[in-house]
Design a protein around this ligand. Structure first.
Ligand code: CTP
Ligand code: MN
Ligand code: MN
Ligand code: MN
Length: 370
């Protein structure tokens, strides 16, 4: 049937992993508003509501042009009543009253400041706010006990809330490469996370390490961390060896080689690349900055799953797992893909093969920015 509306009507598949979402977002005003409401929900531990807003924002991110008329949204998936109300408010008034009042709310501002500390999640922030702590100064004088991560987070608060550039990510990559190659010569490192998706800045640097010979990677992380520590590159680190124990999202049955998954959440001390690049004066500025870095070691047999699982975006990953479970009766994790009907693991040596197992068209990293 021909549509009688003058407005362009969009058509979008319902799972984000079926869509191509580049960084070229034509609806940033709408998606920023919905993302803020998602964040507010997540900070209030209303995860279901948070996901609903993330899904709504993701649908708008993949549209080929700006939405100007509510009629254009007819038939689009994932847009609930609440999201419609927010979009309508913005299209009619130029701004969302709910977003405005959230931004002005003392509770939201306090949650943002406190969860901006590395190592502080929504639960801790809420507990502190109930104890009357709304900012960093109040936290510092409160006598609250901070764990090691939180102390490091507070100490490097400003740096860690400053975006990391691609040039800084590459510089971190080179340092980690030197560390890795000096303890295990043929090991390979890959930039993952947002930078692999083509983002120009990020909140951290994510790196995946593997070795072409299965088993050679075992025990690599502690050696890499020791090397980095001995050279003074680490301001903080926490290394985990058996990560499957704490992840609720992996395949139901852990395979024996899942025990090998090693990762490290760290804060690097990075020498400034060049003062001119950063527009700083010669005098009175520090020679280094703190940067959050996540390192993951994967055996080569799980490399494709680790690569897919750590490239993101977070919503894209969530949607891939939902697609696998709901549409294909499969369990997808960062280690493996399990077919519940065949009662077996499906092997893959590339991301392309994983998409094929899942019956999905291949989406390259630059189009996973849902
Ligand atoms: N991830 C994960 N387990 C964690 C943290 C992150 O599996 N404990 C995965 C996320 O699902 C995501 C990827 O690692 O796919 C990168 O996460 P993160 O660094 O938080 O996000 P980015 O997309 O890299 O965004 P940013 O640029 O803000 O860092
Ligand atoms: Mn475009
Ligand atoms: Mn990242
Ligand atoms: Mn990360």
């Amino acid at each position: 049937a021909k549509c009688c509306s003058k407005a362009v009507v969009f058509s979008v598949p319902s799972y984000a992993c079926q869509r191509r979402t580049t960084l070229d977002n034509h609806n940033t005003i709408l998606t920023d508003a919905l993302s803020l409401l998602a964040e507010k929900a997540e900070l209030s531990e209303e995860d279901g509501r948070g996901v609903a807003f993330r899904r709504a924002a993701a649908v708008l991110k993949c549209l080929p042009q700006p939405v100007t008329n509510m009629m254009q949204l007819r038939g689009l998936p994932c847009l609930g009543e609440h999201s419609f109300r927010v979009i309508k408010d913005i299209l009619e008034n130029g701004t969302s009253s709910e977003v405005e009042s959230t931004q002005q709310s003392e509770r939201y501002k306090a949650l943002k400041v406190l969860t901006g500390i590395f190592g502080v999640g929504a639960k801790t922030a809420d507990r502190w706010i109930r104890a009357g702590i709304h900012n960093l100064r109040q936290l510092q004088t409160s006598g609250q006990t901070l764990n090691q991560a939180q102390r490091a987070g507070l100490q490097h608060y400003d740096d860690l809330n400053l975006p990391v550039t691609k040039a800084e990510a590459d510089a971190i990559g080179e340092i980690v490469e030197e560390a890795v190659v000096s303890v295990l010569p043929d090991a390979q490192i890959t930039l993952i996370g947002g930078f692999r998706r083509g983002k120009l800045t990020g909140h951290d640097v994510d790196l995946l390490i593997t070795h072409p010979d299965e088993g050679k990677e075992v025990g690599l992380m502690p050696k890499v961390v020791s090397w980095l520590q001995s050279k003074g590159f680490l301001l903080y680190q926490k290394t985990t060896i058996n990560s499957y124990l704490e992840s609720e999202e992996g395949p139901r049955r852990p395979s024996s080689n899942m025990d090998r998954f090693e990762r490290c959440f760290s804060i690097f001390k990075l020498r400034h690349l060049s003062r001119e690049d950063r527009g700083e004066s010669e005098s009175g500025c520090r020679l280094w900055r703190a940067v959050r870095v996540d390192l993951v070691v994967s055996p080569i047999s799980q490399f494709a799953f680790a690569l897919l699982g750590w490239t993101g975006s977070k919503l894209f990953e969530r949607e891939l797992r939902r697609w696998a479970g709901h549409e294909k009766a499969m369990s997808l994790g960062s280690h493996a893909l399990y077919d519940n009907r065949q009662s077996r693991y499906l092997r893959a040596t590339s991301e392309e093969e994983i998409f094929a197992h899942l019956g999905l068209e291949y989406i390259p990293p630059s189009e996973r920015n849902a």
